[in-house]
Design a protein around this ligand. Structure first.
Ligand code: ZN
Length: 138
């Protein structure tokens, strides 16, 4: 599972190599949900309203969730490949290439990898050795 913030919105991307289930949460609610067992890549597309505008998000997932590419209205804003590489700079560059206005607000992207406690199901930061809620080893 990967969690990050982008432009004040929170994304939780969840996948299971066992069941092939992939779920995307936007500000805590499910916006895309599918099961991917047969193809190498899957597409998650959904619309949300941001600042009064319909905004389309597309996430392409591959390698059972290890590789994720995120696009907002067609423009790349998030990229993760195994280690966790983020490319907000390319999003800004693509906008400028198209002559779209610069993003004035500073973009803050932070990625946290969460580990689900096998004992109680609590989501813990991957740096934790013990579950914050039940103290089981994780
Ligand atoms: Zn626990």
């Amino acid at each position: 599972m990967v969690t990050f913030q982008y432009n004040g919105h929170r994304f939780d991307i969840n996948w299971s190599g066992w069941t092939g289930k992939e779920t995307i949460f936007y500000d805590g609610r499910v916006v895309s949900d599918l099961r991917n067992l047969t193809s190498f890549t899957s597409r998650h597309e959904f619309d949300v309203i941001e600042e009064g505008q319909t905004t389309r998000y597309l996430f392409i997932m591959a390698e059972f969730g290890q590789d994720i590419e995120g696009r907002r209205n067609g423009l790349l804003f998030y990229s993760r490949s195994k280690g966790g590489v983020l490319v907000p700079e390319s999003y800004r560059a693509e906008r400028e290439e198209r002559g779209e206005p610069r993003i004035i607000k500073e973009t803050i992207i932070k990625e946290i990898t969460l580990v689900v406690c096998p004992h109680c199901g609590h989501r813990n930061d991957s740096s934790n050795r013990k579950c914050e809620r039940c103290s089981a080893s994780i």
